[in-house]
Design a protein around this ligand. Sequence first.
Ligand SMILES: Nc1ncnc2c1ncn2[C@@H]1O[C@H](COP(=O)(O)OP(=O)(O)OP(=O)(O)O)[C@@H](O)[C@H]1O
Ligand SMILES: [Mg+2]
Length: 351
Amino acid sequence: MTKLRVGIIFGGISSEREVSLNSGRNVYDNIDRELYEPFAIFMDGAGYLWILPWQLISQNTTVDISERLEQEAKRIPYESLKETIDFAFLALHGKYGDDGCIQGVLELLGIPYTGPGILASALGMDKIIQQKILAAEGIGVPRSDEVTEYEWKTHREGVIKRLTEKFGFPLVTKPCREGSSVGVTIIRDAGSLGQGIAEALKWDNVALVEEFLDGVEFSSIILEADGHAFPLSLTEIYPQSEFYTYDDKYMPGRCRKFTPPKNLSKDVVEKIKKEAVRAFKALGFRCYGRIDGFVLKDGRVLITDPNSSSGMAPSSFFFEQAAEQGMLPSMIISRLIEVALKIHREKKGPL
Ligand SMILES: Nc1ncnc2c1ncn2[C@@H]1O[C@H](COP(=O)(O)OP(=O)(O)OP(=O)(O)O)[C@@H](O)[C@H]1O
Ligand SMILES: [Mg+2]
């Protein structure tokens, strides 16, 4: 039997490239080699692809890998990708990785890949558009406002007044399109508002401003099977920092997470899962997704961050929730590939 050649693509251009390296090598280590022939494909900082020898995958950072590419890896032009792989397992995160860009390239090349198509990937990245869609579907989202770079440069005082009157403090500022909590700040007083907006605008030309949600944070992995969307187990999150920061997400031992939840009632867990599935469908996500949000003290479930892909490090929500459902990492990786192949076969266009 010839095995499906799976290119696991990781690294990339975005602020989340180091997170992606962890996802990629974990998928590479766990993919079922009885079924698939894996290739570790590294996207460098310029967007070029390289096939890595397995020894390089254990390097600590994308910089360490990048320094050794010329000598030890094989550059693979996009147009030749199909000669080496039959399928792309996308372990890229953030801009150019899960926002529709690489998806568009793979569509042109006719290579099936994990996750949804171009449109839903782009929606999964854009927090402003996704809130509008979710709200139109009657799904709870935080109250929010947006500040463009232009508006910030030209009407700073007016913006500060408007946001202060609308939300009071604390409030949250974040880039419209980022991940891993990059550029997110909790603002506690008017004096820090400018700093928060400036930080968000470092990463995007639109800053999203949200009411501060005081409640329990959750993350729900949704998996597609036979055309339906199913929630895996749910995770309840208790950050050690002021909020669920980059360090809380990725530093070992830093954050308490409970899968399944310890402190949420069965009814609340069911309600969250139901809302997460609704959000997944509303945004046209396919294959799998990760829907994050808060349950507030008054019982309301608000969706803050629907993602069309997920981190795939060993203790990620993805593998933690799969384990609770009895699935080994290799099993859920195979499931994603099979579902993605089916979606690709049934497609009538790139979206
Ligand atoms: N409205 C809010 N109220 C309170 N805390 C918030 C709010 N929005 C975001 N946060 C905190 O900031 C963190 C990062 O925000 P968000 O989930 O929107 O960003 P992200 O960068 O897309 O994250 P991810 O890596 O999960 O994709 C959240 O996990 C949460 O702890
Ligand atoms: Mg996100």
